[in-house]
Design a protein around this ligand. Structure first.
Ligand SMILES: *Cc1c(COP(=O)(O)O)cnc(C)c1O
Length: 362
């Protein structure tokens, strides 16, 4: 037998893991610097690690209390009702819940191009048709109201990301409001805020008190350094918040994930250290890399490196992993995630060596 026709589905290829790469190159994982997946180079909050250890012997119990408690804590943080917090297995899981709640077979959705691949993937396997609107280098890849709203027709969902991955561009709240105003009443604007804490912008959750056509995606992966535990959520308008129960298991996030999440949101010190590091590292990359870079509100910088596939491959051979953006349709660009203070200067020096050789050997 065969699965259903998946030939139109794109596959999301994440940056390769550090152990895999080390094995392949015959190197010690400790000798590699991973700047390819926008992870938090400081690791998780120590409080979250303790919480996971403490919860480990409770993994035989369904996560009823921790799920409820984390939902309530996030609702309080955002000043919304508990029902408006849709916990999920990562931000990716929350994207699936939004698609499940919104999309009827044949509906159309709109994504920018380039874009975080999972937006289109999730919509597609929920039986939507995906249209795209190009973002352009001349506008620093910004998702402007004219560009986005100009391309919206009867789309059921419009996916926007702030800051945008992989380009780092941001959208201010006024522009988001303008976009939502210019789309029809049955169009949901999904604002993906996986990187919002790193940018100088107010969260779009603020818009939920004025309208019911915006939902906001949040993730613990980037800000809190918890990509491995898979925890994220959507904040949705009150008007249709009860759809969650109809489309989802009551245990969308695990006991360990919920316990870690509860600890992480209390750890302001780790968050401050993370935000300081991101700010420093973004500037360091932009100042010291021998390639044009774009302003970024994320924990990464997009650089115009020429032949991105060669540059990425040669950097990898020298132990520095960055993200070739060819799969995003940006063959000339690589995305470089922030690294720790003691590792980034050497890594950038290696990248500069590579850039110099790739330029001179076509
Ligand atoms: C990383 C990321 C996510 C979600 O990541 P999860 O690990 O599933 O929480 C969502 N959107 C964008 C743009 C991302 O880069």
């Amino acid at each position: 037998m065969e699965p259903r026709d998946l030939s139109a589905h794109s596959v999301y290829r994440p940056g390769r893991g550090i152990e895999e790469t080390a094995r392949e190159l015959g190197l010690d994982p400790d000798d590699l610097v991973k700047l390819s997946s926008n992870e938090n180079p400081l690791g998780p909050s120590p409080a979250a690690v303790d919480a996971v250890r403490a919860a480990a012997d409770q993994m035989h119990v369904y996560p009823t209390t921790s799920h409820t408690d984390l939902t309530a804590a996030l609702a309080e943080e955002w000043d919304v009702s508990d029902a408006q917090i849709w916990l999920a297995n990562g931000g990716d899981g929350a994207l699936d819940y939004l698609a499940r709640a919104m999309i009827e077979p044949g509906d159309r959705v709109l994504v920018p191009e380039p874009d975080f691949t999972y937006h289109a993937m999730s919509a597609r396997y929920h039986h939507a048709t995906v249209d795209s609107v190009p973002l352009v280098a001349e506008e620093e890849f910004r998702q402007t109201p004219d560009r986005i709203a100009g391309a919206v027709d009867d789309h059921r969902i419009v996916y926007l990301t702030r800051p945008h991955n992989p380009t780092g561009s941001t959208i201010d709240l006024e522009s988001l409001r303008a976009i939502a105003d210019r789309t029809g009443p049955e169009t949901l604007v999904v604002v993906d805020e996986a990187y919002q804490r790193f940018a100088d912008v107010t969260s779009a959750v603020e818009l939920l008190s004025e309208r019911d056509d915006v939902a906001v995606l949040r993730s613990f992966s980037k800000t809190y350094g918890m990509a491995g535990i898979r925890l994220g959520y959507a904040v949705v308008p009150e008007a249709w918040a009860d759809a969650y129960a109809a489309i989802n298991t009551p245990f969308a996030a695990s006991e360990l994930a919920c316990r870690a999440g509860l600890a992480a949101i209390e750890d302001d010190e780790h968050l401050d250290r993370t935000l300081d590091l991101v700010e420093w590292a973004r500037s360091y990359i932009r100042e010291h890399l021998d390639a044009p870079t774009l302003p970024s509100g994320g924990n990464f910088v997009l650089a115009e490196v020429g032949d991105a596939t060669s540059v990425t491959e040669r950097a990898r051979e020298r132990g520095v992993l960055i993200r070739d953006c060819t799969s995003f349709g940006l063959e000339e660009y690589a995305r470089i995630s922030v690294g720790r203070r003691e590792q980034l200067p050497d890594a950038i020096e290696t990248l500069n060596d590579v850039l110099a050789t790739v330029e001179t050997t076509p």
